[in-house]
Design a protein around this ligand. Structure first.
Ligand SMILES: Cc1cc2nc3c(=O)[nH]c(=O)nc-3n(C[C@H](O)[C@H](O)[C@H](O)COP(=O)(O)OP(=O)(O)OC[C@H]3O[C@@H](n4cnc5c(N)ncnc54)[C@H](O)[C@@H]3O)c2cc1C
Length: 390
């Protein structure tokens, strides 16, 4: 049963919007989550997600973690640069945590959160496509289509977790974007050597290639140029495996099998202002990053969690949820974490994706220095795991 008014309406039930909805349950705050997609079984998204140890703690608190059937621990991160000496190896000891993180599949996480939501007290409608929103000083209105009927609800706060399309309707929100002219080819691969908890991140002039431990095998995220993407995804399996072996090197022996391949275009896009009148942006709607350092969802999850904490802290205050004071607190709290994550990811791509021998050499020295400097390693590892709080 849909009410006419809520404290918070969340638009977009991807993993970040769902996390916010779960963080608000049993808090006394009424919320409604509107997701365009229907039942999750009908939608398979093959991308792997490397979750930091910090994200795993949040998902535990939200009651999602134990419902995830497949989660592969990351016990080591191995970073190297093709064509230059130097590597960095990060371990849980470097960061002072039991494990660095876990690899899960986007769709499994989506399904597990969906299941948790259907038994939660928070309002949730799958198959509801939001078509517009407008806001006034004290509330906002969301218009959506559900089962071919136009409906509307009002809220003290509207949260955009839709990946960023609807924010274009808001005059106060402007985006900066940069097209990397790269695609990520993803799929599962089997190598001669079995995975042993090591996540490999190898930089090349065409962009990084990551092999993440995924159950017995590896989840591949291979950055390729727009010119190469169609050719690489269309290769037959044997040619694809050979090409990957030539590109990645012999660290895991030959590649033996590749599952279905998919490609995602890669851009950096971020909102200059993550709040507007009665509106807050979270997840990819606030910032969409290159997947190189596995920061995007981890950052979005912290957006959701901190926004929920802010809403809980202000729900009984005079001005309350969605008022300028609450939005300003949220904005300030997220600034360092999200700006830092963005800068870190973008710098890695710009520094390492090049053919300049001098720069390559400098990057190699950088990796050696990082590897030999425990306090620096600890800083980088904890920053990747816990964000600005690390
Ligand atoms: C190849 C690849 C690998 C990645 N690997 C990692 C990784 O290892 N670690 C990591 O942290 N991040 C990773 N990321 C980033 C991560 O996938 C995103 O940061 C994350 O999915 C963002 O979640 P979200 O919920 O904000 O947005 P989305 O997942 O985009 O969800 C948005 C939701 O909004 C819904 N929606 C859109 N418009 C409407 C509308 N009008 N009405 C209602 N609903 C709407 C959509 O249906 C969707 O469900 C990777 C990304 C890619 C492309």
């Amino acid at each position: 049963m849909i009410s006419a008014h809520y404290d918070i309406v969340i638009i977009g039930g991807g993993p970040v919007g769902m996390a916010l909805s779960l963080a608000l349950q049993d808090t006394g705050i009424s919320s409604l989550l509107l997701e365009a997609r229907g039942l999750p079984e009908k939608d398979e998204d093959p991308r792997p997600l490397a979750l930091s140890y910090g994200s795993h703690l949040i998902l535990h608190r939200l009651g999602v973690w134990n419902g995830l059937a497949k989660k592969t621990p990351i016990t080591t991160i191995h970073i190297s640069n093709r064509g230059s000496l130097g590597q960095t190896i990060l371990t849980p000891q470097d960061a002072g945590v039991p494990t660095l993180g876990f690899v899960v599949n986007y769709h499994d996480l989506f399904r597990s959160m969906h299941q948790r939501l259907t038994t939660s007290t928070s309002g949730y409608i799958a198959g509801a496509i939001v078509t517009g929103l407008d806001t006034a000083e004290n509330s906002g209105t969301v218009y959506f289509n559900y089962q071919n009927e136009e409906q509307k609800v009002t809220a003290k706060l509207i949260v955009l977790a839709d990946g960023g399309k609807l924010a274009q309707q808001l005059p106060d929100v402007a985006y900066q974007s940069h097209d990397y002219h790269q695609f990520a080819v993803v799929g599962n691969v089997k190598a001669e050597k079995k995975q042993s908890g090591v996540a490999y991140e190898r930089f090349t002039a065409d962009g990084p290639v990551a092999l993440l431990p995924n159950e017995e095998d590896f989840a591949l995220v291979w950055t390729v140029s727009p010119e190469a993407v169609h050719e690489i995804t269309a290769l037959n399996e044997a040619e694809f495996l050979l090409r990957l072996h030539r590109h990645f090197g012999d660290r895991l022996g030959k590649f033996m099998h590749a599952g279905k391949r998919s490609a995602f275009p890669l851009t950096l896009k971020y909102a200059m202002n993550v709040t507007a009148q009665r509106v807050a942006l979270i997840g990819n709607a606030a910032q969409t990053l290159h997947p190189v350092a596995g920061q995007g969802f981890n950052l979005g999850l912290r957006d959701a969690y901190e926004l929920a904490q802010e809403a809980i802290a202000t729900q009984n205050t005079l001005r309350g949820i969605g008022a300028p004071a609450m939005l300003s607190n949220y904005r300030q709290k997220r600034q360092i974490d999200s700006g830092g994550g963005r800068l870190f990811t973008d710098s890695l791509i710009k520094l390492f994706s090049n053919d300049n021998p001098l720069l390559k050499h400098a990057c190699g020295i950088g990796l050696i220095t990082l590897n030999c400097t425990p306090p620096l390693k600890r800083f980088v590892a904890r920053r990747m795991i816990f964000g600005a709080r690390g």
